[in-house]
Write a protein of this length. Structure first.
Length: 402
């Protein structure tokens, strides 16, 4: 299948337009990273505490943020997650410690901030642990049990918490919903010591600052190693200038992708780094296809100048590029639109990266070869011998000897 039959587009003739386009987006991204939003690291890289909260009604992000500020949890990040209508919110707060006390402290601080007009002396049943509930029942002893009271009240407390978490999704709307989940005597005593809030904390995670710094370093090393490996491979497979052109192209793609995250103030997490590494391979593969066609054309068009050869190679691979990139783009676009908040950063990086990676294979990588040739010629040096020309020269020398 082909979109074009014998296209003859002068891509190199539009190189200054391509350069202007790349400069605008690259400079905008760099300016944002330096002066505006900087690089918006996620909790994976900067350290902090993630608290997953589910609300009984649709939450108000501004009200949650204001409650965090009143509790001293400044610069908390509020993010919706889960399916639409699930009323689930991820609260990201800074935390410099990595122990269990830090987990409990952050969880308690957020619960205290969100609980408004809580009755004095009562616990929130939506955020009560099995142990706390068991201790309350042991103290009240509503079933008048004997020596095995701890085991039986532990089972009753576990049944109530399981009903709350597994049946009601972690949030009870009223104590009446518990009917049938535990002994009537146990349920009858709950109103004396518990009340129902409009939210429940589902999970708490913490990443220490030292771990975040280590992850940042490993992410940079992974990206650097991939670029170095690409340079070595292309230098061996083609010529060193091909490797340089591919590395510059991938650096261009990565810069614009990270710049887009900074401009839109989207967090860069480990999944985003995985997407960027995926894009490095994707962009490199597309570039190699163009390079390989250039090499083949050098064998057939020995008398043409390099600019015409490169133009022809890009036009010959244009249908393949559009088919491959278009299908991949539609897939990641669907992931971006319907994948949910958890995959939003990952899919956003893929959407931006595939567009820029496809563009750079045509508008950046191949023109670098021509620019290098022109630069060498302008210095009065012999034009660099590209792989196919080397092979041709070798064959001609072999014929001359015969």
């Amino acid at each position: 299948m082909e979109f074009f039959r014998n296209p003859n587009i002068d891509f190199l003739g539009k190189k200054w337009y391509f350069l202007a386009f790349s400069l605008v987006f690259s400079v905008a991204g760099v300016m944002s990273m330096l002066f505006w939003h900087h690089i918006p690291y996620g909790v994976d890289f900067r350290g902090g505490t993630l608290v997953y909260v589910k609300f009984a009604q649709t939450p108000d992000d501004n009200a949650i943020r204001a409650a965090m500020d009143r509790a001293g949890l400044h610069n908390a990040r509020i993010q919706r997650y889960g399916q639409s209508g699930s009323n689930e919110v991820l609260i990201d707060v800074s935390e410099q410690e990595t122990n269990e006390q830090a987990l409990d402290r952050s969880k308690t601080a957020i619960i205290d901030a969100l609980e408004t007009n809580a009755p004095a002396g009562k616990q929130d049943l939506n955020n009560t642990s099995v142990l706390s509930l068991k201790n309350y029942l042991l103290q009240r002893d509503p079933m008048h049990l004997g020596t095995d009271a701890e085991q039986k009240y532990g089972a009753q407390a576990q049944a109530i918490v399981d009903y709350r978490d597994k049946v009601k999704g972690g949030v009870l709307n009223s104590l009446d919903e518990l009917k049938g989940s535990a002994d009537p005597a146990v349920l009858a005593t709950l109103p004396d010591g518990f009340f129902i809030s409009n939210f429940g904390v589902r999970n708490v995670e913490i990443v220490g600052p030292q771990v975040g710094a280590q992850l940042r370093r490993q992410a940079l090393l992974a990206t650097a190693y991939s670029l170095a490996g690409m340079l070595i491979y292309l230098a061996v497979r083609f010529e060193w200038i091909y490797g340089v052109a591919a590395v510059i192209t991938v650096f261009h793609d990565t810069l614009i992708t990270v710049g887009a995250f900074s401009l839109m103030n989207k967090e860069i997490s480990l999944t985003v780094i995985a997407a960027i590494l995926t894009l490095i391979g994707y962009s490199n593969n597309d570039t190699i296809v163009v390079f390989d066609r250039i090499r083949e054309n050098l064998k057939l068009m020995r008398r043409d100048n390099l600019a015409d050869i490169v133009n022809r190679a890009i036009n010959q691979t244009l249908s393949r590029t559009i088919l491959t990139a278009g299908l991949t783009f539609l897939t990641v676009l669907a992931l971006f639109l319907f994948g949910g908040e958890v995959l939003h950063g990952f899919s956003f990086a893929l959407v931006i990266g595939i567009l820029i990676g496809t563009y750079s294979s045509i508008a950046i990588a191949a023109p670098i070869l021509v620019a290098y040739q022109d630069w060498q010629s302008g210095r009065g040096k012999a034009v660099v011998v590209l792989p196919a020309a080397k092979e041709t020269a070798r064959r001609e020398r072999a014929k001359a000897k015969v």
